[in-house]
Design a protein around this ligand. Sequence first.
Ligand code: KG4
Ligand code: ZN
Length: 342
Amino acid sequence: MNVLAIESSCDETSAAVVSDGRVVRSNIVASQVDLHARYGGVVPEVASRQHLAQVLPVIREALDTAGCTLADIDAVAGTRGPGLAGALLVGYSAAKAIAFGRDLPFLGTNHLEGHIYANWLGEGDEPRFPALCLVVSGGHTDLVLMRGHGEYERLGGTRDDAAGEAFDKVGRLLGLPFPGGPAVAREADALAASGAKPALELPRAWLHGTFDFSFSGLKTAALHAVRSGKYTTGDVAAAFQESVVDILAGKTSRLARELGAAEVLVAGGVAANRRLREELARRCPVPVRIPIPRLCTDNAAMIGAAATHRLRLGERSPWDEDIFSTNSWEVPLPSAGDRERR
Ligand code: KG4
Ligand code: ZN
């Protein structure tokens, strides 16, 4: 099955052709980072308009790169939140229109489920269940037990900032370029490469007895460290990153052990972080699967992978389906079978 997938939830316009839910035949990502950098964050209105300008050229390029035409496509998928409403509407409407015009099956696909399914892309064995998923993106930090395809139970999550959001805010207070996550990681890596250890330690909110997270206190502690004028940018960046990584890897490894998970699946933009990847692999008692960095950040191939599993079960979205207007995991992922079948 060849799925054409379109993703436009935030500031990347992306289209992909994915075969059988695992083979990436193309995955074009047009980033808007430069456009938003001057504002120090994503401006929703600017993002929507840029998606509109980019979406058809990106789809064209995805088809050309895959060496196919719409005649070779069996189904179309579009990201259906969480995300910025105006941004989501562009890719989602384009996907719906192509499916309608070609009389193809269409499936609106949850963005976070897409991040998780990036772990199905590529060669080798498929992930095994029960899998513990650590979802760490710009808007979400969640520990989710996945018992089977489409079966999720949220066991913990952030009570305030998402991990990526905290990276971005600390990047901003350190005066680093947008987006803050990769910039903070680069500063921390540079300090480590020089052989130095960070000159300070920042606190960790363990929230014992839960699998929840809190990063707002850490962010404030980083702010005080910057204001004290006693530390270099590298010191604060590295100390901050070590706190986040320690908590994420510590809680994930403990929960994986308690649950007897078969595997740990890591998902979302922060999964591109080198220290997080190292520490999860070192501490988890079971195999840890993390997509290659460019499949961790927003891309359409992951949406194609997630959609394929549902399309195979016969799920289809009705033509009057809306995008999710929420950006919270509090609205549970749709479980397999609760969508209208056609
Ligand atoms: O999943 P994603 O691409 O978009 C959302 O769905 O939110 O995640 C973006 C987030 C941003 O907060 C970004 O700063 C962070 O992922 N990020 C990183 C790294 N690369 C991206 N955070 C830490 N280290 C990185 N290497
Ligand atoms: Zn994302």
